[in-house]
Design a binder for this molecule. Structure first.
Ligand code: PLP
Length: 751
């Protein structure tokens, strides 16, 4: 393999997700450890060990004042920013309980970290404040609407804004916000979340009327579990944690002295002008430019989701125009580069509420990626990061993900056979015969750029673009595709659903494509059959929504008819064989490959119909009942799919996998996409012969079955990044009769 291959060694990772958390700097870790082992006293103890601890605590507080420019007011050590936010909100709302404002509001910036609005709403309810919790809108550039603040300030019980945004790095003009607030309300509590500002912008809190400012250690090279809260002199305060009276009774609980010692070291570095650990903004700007250049070099078209002139240089939020964020994330992860999709700070998000609030296009919000580094990044680290990003380019080219000038041998092979393209549960299929004759079935608009690239880089001869029926859940993208590929498609006029007029069968050289009418889901439904010329067998059946993996299409939508469906299924049964792979228009179950035999076994209604155990009338009644239930109880508009019975999944850990792989008939199947597979050298890691490692991404599972790449009697260990995709694939193979499939638990992440 080439120099672009990376090892699976976790120590070789490039970490570019500093806004989520940072590693602890070695010199800080040393101090933390020393405090745990040697200077471990309790600051409340009156003996010398305790006095030493107390000294460290107070010295850190003094250092903190200098770092954030807070000569006055209080600094409390907390467990992190979330606790600081709770404390500020609870203190303010308890004091505001007897307010006289007719229509009170709680204001927060629309791009604030979720810790802020969720805390406001929570305590607003718990304390029965009954205020309206309002988001302050932001402009396209992420800047808070000052007029909105000015308009609502007089009714506000609290106003929460942030200094620097965690997803985009956009910073706010705090002086302008202050004017907007204070002109209308000199007394309202104003909290500024300064988590992402520390070490990146200059802070002089005592020169402002900011009332509360939370900070977090783990965002700037200190350990997790330590943070602090600045409270302006004279502002209301209610201890959030009561108890033994530590921190002058303001925050009880024995102090986290090792964490505080870590902050102490951090502050020492920040304050020491002769120390070069933290880079000046000029250098950080150069780093950002280098990263931007590397991204553009590798991916070509990259869209940045924020302006660089109003964001800190340590954050780049971007989209790769022609790849989904999931694909880019998987690729980066496989190559040992850790970046984040959307916001890693709030779990479960798959689009960015921050970009949504900025009014950025939907595709950008869905595909946003965040690359962030800390201000202590060294020049060699940034160069290595750029080098690694640039090394991804050949992998992308080899997999037709970016346009390449040369055609590598791998590129020649990558689209041959069948590939599934999925978008939100809808499936589209590309079939390419050995002679490179290609057909696209059920085209999806979002997949057009990808298919365009594959067709052109692999010089495919596109024969037809076909729909199986008029889709009820989306507008057909066929015309869009036809316009794009107009120069390639033959002059024969396309008739119903794209099938060329007056043609019985499409010739794909070593195979033919036939169509049969299979109404039931809709009147116009067609099924397309790829038949091998050599064996006469039907290799693939593209049945649209007549069948779904382990289920039947909905017959209650307009044009649907359960009796016609019964006839179509019986007819289909006369055309296909047990091994024919069924390719549906939807794959809600993430099944990826199911053959006719498994389809019958997994679909009781189908097996009852075909075996004659159920009459047509019974089929119609049961089907209609099922469909009525699906329509009211499920989001899967196009069909009924029972949950597949899970066969008992055999999981193995790395040690077991390695010992099994020593046995000659066990192979490793990497179920990741080829571009991820190419970024690692798995056979070296597992000490295997190259041919013992097979790459079958889920999207090519159907192809692998038909081409006989897999033997039912063989032993296979499946793996992917986290163990999820491979688990899916292992289940699917078990369903179609593979008895010896094992999943590598936790995937590459746990190796
Ligand atoms: N505020 C911002 C802007 C953040 O980025 C984060 C962390 O993701 C928090 C608050 C919460 O900080 P902590 O993890 O210390 O509770």
């Amino acid at each position: 393999m080439s120099e672009h291959v990376f090892s699976t060694d976790q120590t070789a990772q490039i970490y570019l997700d500093a806004n989520a958390t940072t590693p602890v700097l070695p010199c800080i870790a040393d101090v933390v450890l020393h405090t745990m082992k040697t200077c471990f006293g309790n600051p409340s103890s009156s003996h010398i060990t305790g006095i030493q601890a107390k000294h460290l605590l107070e010295h850190t507080r003094d250092q903190a004042r200098k770092v954030i420019g807070a000569q006055y007011g209080d600094i409390l050590f907390t467990s992190g920013a979330t606790e600081g936010i709770q404390t500020a909100v609870v203190s303010t709302l308890i004091a505001a309980k007897n307010h006289q404002i007719e229509k009170p509001v709680l204001l927060y910036g629309a791009t604030e970290h979720k810790a802020v609005p969720n805390t406001l709403s929570h305590w607003n309810e718990v304390l029965s404040i009954h205020a309206d919790v309002l988001a302050i809108p932001v402009s396209n550039d992420g800047i808070l609407d000052l007029d909105f603040i000015a308009q609502h300030a007089k009714n506000a019980l609290m106003i929460c804004t942030m200094a620097v945004n965690n997803e985009t790095g956009i910073y706010q003009d705090l002086a302008a916000i202050e004017t907007a607030i204070r002109t209308h309300n000199s007394d309202v509590a104003w909290m500024v979340d300064c988590v992402q500002a520390l070490g990146k912008t200059k802070l002089a809190l005592s020169e402002t009327s900011i009332d509360y400012a939370p900070f977090s250690g783990h965002k700037l090279y200190a350990p997790k579990g330590i943070g602090m809260l600045y409270i302006r002199e004279g502002r209301v305060y209610t201890p959030f944690i009561a108890g033994g009276g530590q921190e002058s009774g303001k925050r009880s609980g024995t102090e986290n002295l090792p964490g505080i010692a870590g902050l102490n070291k951090l502050f020492e570095l920040l304050l020491d002008e002769t120390d070069s650990t933290f880079k000046p903004s000029r250098v950080l700007n150069e780093y950002r430019d280098k990263l931007r250049t590397a991204l553009i070099h590798t991916f070509g078209k990259v869209t940045f989701n924020h302006q660089f002139q109003n964001s800190v240089p340590t954050t780049l939020n971007f989209c790769v125009n022609e790849l989904s964020s999931k694909e880019v994330m998987d690729l980066f992860d496989a190559a040992g580069i850790r970046i984040s999709g959307g916001s890693a700070c709030s779990s479960g998000a798959n689009r960015s509420f921050v970009l949504d609030a900025m009014g950025i296009a939907s595709w950008q919000s869905e595909n946003a990626l965040r690359l962030s580094f800390g201000p202590a990044m060294s020049p060699s680290d940034i160069d290595l990061a750029c080098e690694r990003i640039c090394a991804l380019k050949p992998i992308l080219q080899a997999n037709c993900l970016v346009v390449s000038d040369t055609l590598s041998p791998q590129q020649e092979a990558c689209a041959l056979g069948l590939t599934q393209y999925r978008h939100q549960g809808a499936c589209s299929w590309l079939f390419v015969s050995e002679s490179k004759h290609a057909i696209i079935i059920d085209p999806i608009a979002e997949m057009l750029p990808r298919l365009e690239k594959i067709v052109s880089t692999q010089s495919l001869n596109l024969v037809a673009i076909l729909d199986t029926h008029d889709h009820q859940d989306r507008i057909s993208a066929r015309q869009l595709y036809e316009r794009t590929f107009v120069s390639m498609l033959s002059d024969v006029k396309a008739g119903q659903l794209g099938w060329p007029s007056n043609i019985e069968k499409l010739d794909l050289m070593n195979a033919t494509l036939e169509r049969i009418h299979t109404p039931g889901h809709s009147k116009d439904s067609l099924s397309y059959l790829v038949r091998s010329k050599k064996t006469g067998k039907v290799l693939y059946c593209f049945c649209g929504d007549l069948l779904l993996p382990a289920g039947l299409g909905n017959s209650l939508l307009a044009g649907g008819d359960a009796l016609e469906m019964a006839n179509s299924l019986r007819q289909l049964n006369t055309f296909v064989q047990n091994e024919t792979v069924i390719c549906s228009g939807h794959d809600y179950q993430q099944c990826f490959a199911i053959n006719w035999h498994a389809q019958i076994q997994q679909t009781p209604l189908l097996s009852a119909l075909l075996s004659g155990a159920m009459s047509d009338a019974e089929f119609v009644t049961t089907k209609q009942e099922n469909d009525a239930h699906t329509i009211t109880h499920s989001a899967s508009l196009c069909g009924f799919a029972a949950t597949l019975d899970e066969p008992p999944l055999m999981q193995v850990d790395v040690t077991k996998a390695k010992s099994m792989l020593l046995e000659s008939d066990t192979c490793l199947i990497d179920t990741r996409e080829p571009y991820e597979h190419d970024a690692n050298d798995l056979h070296k890691f597992f000490n295997l012969k190259k041919e013992q490692v097979i790459n079958i991404p889920l999207s090519r599972m159907a192809h692998a079955l038909v081409t006989g790449k897999l033997e039912k009697t063989h032993h296979y260990i499946l793996l992917c990044r986290s163990g999820n995709r491979s688990k899916q694939a292992a289940n699917n193979l078990a369903h179609i009769g593979f008895e010896h499939v094992y999943n590598l638990k936790g995937g590459l992440a746990l190796m």
